[in-house]
Design a protein around this ligand. Structure first.
Ligand SMILES: Nc1ncnc2c1ncn2[C@@H]1O[C@H](COP(=O)(O)OP(=O)(O)O)[C@@H](O)[C@H]1O
Ligand SMILES: [Mg+2]
Length: 347
């Protein structure tokens, strides 16, 4: 478990930069935790505080009951073996082969030649680069370079892997394969992974939970499915919007939506589903229970990893009072719902 308690980081100099302004987070063992934010939000500073490459100005970093912020340099060096890190620009040594890049951290801790040979062979296999072991970084694609970065980060058998924009320099297809590799490593080895990113698609693809950071402050955090179906902060709403469209379809907006009900208007409702709830029974039961008609204007189903979630925009057509009653009924169902407004009745 990683616990951050009220971390602040102020960079000195004439004009001080308050990069982190009191960050508290608890990250469970074995989870894939996303930290998303725009450029300059404080993500890299935060992730560097976790392994103490950057010393927080105040606050505590606690990993498995050990307070890193209270350790001296040699204690920290020992503790850092439990924390691997990968970077946007891979940070490989250009004069070393793939094999020797992965072997590097093992050489530093004085591992035996046989030990290194065996460990690096295993890691090469894990990241699928056995046939590239004698190549130099300049002979590799971006995705292959990041695989080397991952293998090197895993060489010391860390319990935690920090990924700072690890896929930001890669194309979408390569990003997908790297994220799959990370997910596989998390599953097979139980390594806790922290993903720093500015892309919501990355969070959607592999994270269990996510926190959104802006101006050195966590604006919102939660399970990825919950955050996607019901973002509360404007920052998270904006990120969610970048991957799924929650806006009213243009055609609906053009119908002339008003705030107030009227005898010649019908109720426009948005339903949000998550998990295995399907939308058909909801619509059918409204029609059955109340003397109204329902027309479905727009539907969208998507998946967060394996969990389905979706939106449905419906019009409840009928007597004003019955519309309101039908909505009261929908409100009690275990789905998200909101009245978007009222549209002219289509005779
Ligand atoms: N070494 C540094 N010295 C001074 N300011 C810094 C330093 N590193 C980062 N900053 C500032 O801290 C803020 C957060 O930066 P950073 O953590 O790199 O954000 P992100 O990774 O989200 O883009 C920015 O305003 C940045 O300019
Ligand atoms: Mg950064």
């Amino acid at each position: 478990m990683i616990t951050l308690e009220n971390i602040t980081k102020t960079y000195g100099g004439k004009t001080q930069v308050h990069a982190l302004k009191g960050i508290s987070l608890a990250i469970e063992d074995g989870e894939i935790f996303g930290i998303i934010g725009k450029s300059g939000a404080g993500k890299s500073t935060l992730v560097r505080c976790i392994n103490m490459l950057e010393k927080p100005t105040s606050g505590k970093v606690i990993i498995d009951d050990k307070e890193l912020t209270a350790m001296n340099d040699s204690q920290l060096r020992a503790e850092r073996k439990n924390i691997g890190m990968i970077f946007q620009h891979f940070n490989l040594l250009s004069s070393r082969t793939v094999f020797d890049n992965i072997a590097f951290p093992l050489e530093l801790i004085g591992a035996s030649k046989e030990g290194i040979q065996k460990k690096v062979a295993d890691l090469l296999e894990l990241v699928g680069l056995t046939d590239r072991q004698f190549n130099y970084p300049s002979q590799l694609s971006g995705g292959q370079k990041q695989r080397v970065g991952i293998a090197r980060a895993l060489a010391s058998d860390p319990k935690i892997l920090l990924c700072d924009e690890a896929t930001s320099a890669l194309d979408p297809q390569t990003t997908k394969s790297i994220l799959e590799l990370l997910k596989d490593i998390n599953k097979r080895m139980g390594i806790t992974i922290i993903i720093i990113t500015h892309e919501m698609a990355v969070v959607k693809a592999i994270c269990n939970r996510v926190a959104v950071i802006e101006g050195g402050v966590i604006k919102e955090e939660g399970r990825v499915v919950d955050v996607f179906t019901n973002p509360t902060s404007q920052t998270m709403k904006d990120f969610v919007k970048s991957v799924i469209n929650m806006e009213l379809p243009e055609g609906v907006a053009k119908m002339g939506v008003t705030d107030q009900p009227a005898p010649d208007r019908d109720m426009l409702v948005r339903l949000r589903f998550k998990g295995a709830v399907t939308n058909d029974p909801v619509v059918a039961s409204i029609v059955r229970k109340f003397d109204v008609n329902v027309s479905v204007l727009y539907g969208n189903i998507d998946y967060i990893q394996d969990e389905p979630f979706g939106y449905l925009i419906i019009v409840i057509i009928g007597d004003m009072e019955l519309q309101a009653k039908a909505f009261q009924y929908i409100k009690k169902l275990p789905i998200g719902s909101e009245v978007l407004g009222y549209v002219p009745r289509n005779n």
